[in-house]
Design a protein around this ligand. Structure first.
Ligand code: SAM
Length: 276
């Protein structure tokens, strides 16, 4: 079978980095995530290898992040077995709906830019109850697909840092205004990484860079209806889970530096549509 040529640019191209890292992890003796779908998809596509060069260095962070979000997704599905709705924002070529085995009672929406959704539809056989929506999260139109009467989990993995801050806050407001109750789970990067992303070779090759970084005080002020239930350092998780055991002491030592420890954090918030 001829491999499918994939030529993405900008933020869309970064999905190839995370896909490659999940496939790399799955090939390790003791994988963190063990995403076999990533291996299968990597084998079916033909991509610019220069983009992937050095990418395995962040594989433990990317797979720890995905493993935690899979866990939070499973918890949400278990808490709402009959009527959950999941908005998988900036889904890229991530196999999460297959990994968590979305039950038929759940409404699941995969949302990403049109060229990505086009590729996703060609590369994955997703069940009928998984809907794929070609749209930027910054656009308003796609919210008409979202049911208002279901407990809703929005997951934004590796997404918000590529989106202008105003659009991030607008999407969060749309979520809490649209769904009756639910959760929002996302990772956010430290301000210094916005500058560093402009220097990283793989990002330069992709033509991508970060645009939004975390400011907890500002976020709390803008979104008073959300309450935080988890705030986890992705760096710390990766340091203790790194499959190359010889790297663990070095990573743990570097993690004593707050800028490293907080370079990327995972946040989980809850909300209820009932306003006082
Ligand atoms: C680093 S990748 C992460 C993909 C996937 N979540 C994963 O973990 O593999 C960033 C993803 O965000 C998507 N993205 C960037 N800006 C977006 C936007 N405005 N609307 C929707 N998706 C966007 C890209 O197309 C890409 O799929």
């Amino acid at each position: 079978m001829t491999a499918e040529k994939v030529d993405l640019r900008g933020a869309a191209a970064t999905l190839l980095l995370t896909l490659y890292m999940r496939a790399w992890d799955a090939r390790q003796r003791n994988p963190i995530l063990g995403d076999r779908y990533a291996v299968e998809v990597m084998e079916r596509i033909d991509v610019d290898r220069r983009l992937l060069f050095l990418a395995s260095g962040d594989a433990s962070a990317v797979t720890c992040r995905a493993r935690t979000l899979d866990g939070w997704t499973r918890e949400f599905l278990a808490a709402h077995p009959d009527d959950a709705q999941v908005l998988h924002l900036g889904c890229g070529l991530d196999s999460r709906p297959l990994r968590v085995e979305v039950p038929e009672s759940c409404r699941w929406l995969d949302v990403d830019q049109p060229e990505v959704i086009d590729l996703r539809r060609r590369l994955y056989a997703l069940p009928d109850h998984v809907e794929t929506i070609p749209s930027s999260v910054s656009d308003d139109g796609w919210w008409s697909h979202v049911a208002t009467d279901r407990p809703t989990l929005a997951i934004a993995e590796g997404l918000f840092m590529y989106v202008p801050g105003g659009d991030v806050h607008r999407a969060v407001d749309r979520l809490t205004d649209t769904a009756s109750e639910g959760e929002l789970a996302f990772d956010a990067v430290a301000p210094w990484t916005v500058f560093a992303s402009g220097m990283a070779p793989s990002f330069r090759t992709a033509g991508a860079r970060f645009r939004w970084s975390w400011d907890g005080t500002d976020f709390a002020k803008r979104h008073p209806r959300l309450w935080e239930v988890d705030d986890v350092s992705v760096y710390d998780m990766a340091a203790i889970s790194e499959p190359r055991v010889y790297l663990r002491p070095l990573l743990s030592l570097a993690g004593l530096v707050p800028a490293m420890r907080d370079s990327m954090r995972l946040h989980r918030f809850r909300f209820s549509g009932i306003t006082s």
